[in-house]
Design a protein around this ligand. Structure first.
Ligand SMILES: [Zn+2]
Ligand SMILES: [Zn+2]
Length: 348
């Protein structure tokens, strides 16, 4: 009897010893691999592997605004959220909480470090002189989901445009008035309701033309439905939801114009919505990415006609091919840079 117990203990100790040895070997192998490949590359490759095998660990993706179910759903090509009532209810209940908590990853020190590096690099690059006086830019946070809204004016012509007026039309018009700007256009990065609630008030007082990618035209017309779907019906008056159709449909390669002059290049970056676009103001090295690219995250793809595959292609295939020094101004949350996102954004 005693012999059996002693043999069992020896066997268990041997197993324990074996596990410890294997653990040490594993740690050494991973250590050598990371040293060889570089930490960022290794993490990217590991992430890619996890994605390919659909073994998405929710902890890794926590804070990226995308969950495992959404990725698997996208890969099954099930675009139609309306056919998934359970998911729909979850999204409606959690949207505001998720947006507030998950995508607002604030790491000011790192942003400052990036911006300082960027400024140094830009100073060195004589071919790309930066004139910050080129445009007058004001930033306000608007609407029920805290959309970043930008008023960009040309001090010479005194004409201005607004990107994503998510609300506060009076504030936008006051800024224009104070600076002596005439608001001539409204550029939308996409047609989700949170980026559009200021349109009614602006069009009531000005003749600013509305610019939108045509692939978001259906979403644009669904404004009242979107507001109802997300449960904000009581926050917005019915008349504010009846807005004129877009005046101009924009597409890849077009330019954002101020006073008839091209000031930014338009990139079609579908995924968050079919007609999502980014505006790249080359002269001032700034890109407005809407909900396509956030700091360390990307926009959700479980809404109408969203696609994870598309947003991955847009971000990796288009935005990450651009210059590291470009400053990124998303539709929600803090700013970033292409260089920072290339090494810190594991959402795509
Ligand atoms: Zn959106
Ligand atoms: Zn948004």
């Amino acid at each position: 009897m005693n012999n059996i117990i002693i043999t069992t203990i020896i066997k268990m100790k041997f197993k324990f010893f074996l596990i410890v040895i294997l653990g040490i070997i594993n740690a050494i192998v991973i250590g050598i691999y990371i040293q060889k490949q570089g930490f960022s590359n290794s993490v990217l490759q590991i992430k890619e592997l996890i994605h390919k095998n659909k073994l998405v660990n929710e902890k890794i993706l926590k804070g990226t605004y995308i969950n495992k179910d959404e990725i698997v759903k996208e890969e099954n090509n099930e675009d139609d959220i309306l056919s998934k009532p359970k998911q729909q209810i979850k999204n409606r209940d959690n949207i505001k909480k998720e947006i507030k908590s998950d995508i607002y990853i604030d790491n000011k020190t790192e942003i400052d470090k990036d911006i300082n590096n960027k400024t140094e690099n830009v100073k060195k690059d004589k071919n790309k002189p930066i004139s910050m006086a080129e445009f007058d830019i004001s930033h306000i946070v608007t609407g029920p989901l805290d959309v970043n809204c930008y008023i960009i004016g040309d001090p010479k012509s005194k004409k201005a445009l607004v990107i994503d007026p998510g609300g506060s039309p009076e504030e936008i018009l006051n800024i224009c008035k104070e600076k002596g700007f005439e608001l001539e256009s409204i550029y939308l990065t996409h047609a989700h309701f949170d980026h559009m609630l200021g349109i009614y008030g602006l069009r009531e007082k000005t003749e600013a033309k509305i610019y939108l990618h045509e692939d978001d035209a259906a979403l644009y017309r669904m404004l009242p439905l979107q507001v109802k779907f997300f449960g904000f019906g009581s926050h917005v008056s019915t008349k504010e939801l009846i807005i004129p159709d877009p005046d101009v449909y924009i597409k890849e390669g077009d330019h954002v114009m101020i006073n008839g002059e091209p000031v930014a290049k338009i990139y079609h970056t579908p995924g968050h919505s079919p007609g999502s676009v980014c505006f790249h103001f080359e002269k001032i090295n700034k890109m407005y990415t809407g909900d396509t690219l956030f700091r360390s995250s990307v926009g959700r793809t479980d809404l109408w006609q969203g696609s994870y595959e598309q947003i991955r292609n847009s971000v990796r295939g288009k935005l990450f091919k651009m210059d590291d020094n470009i400053e990124v101004y998303p539709g929600h949350g803090p700013s970033s840079s292409i260089g920072y996102e290339k090494t810190h954004n594991f959402s795509v």
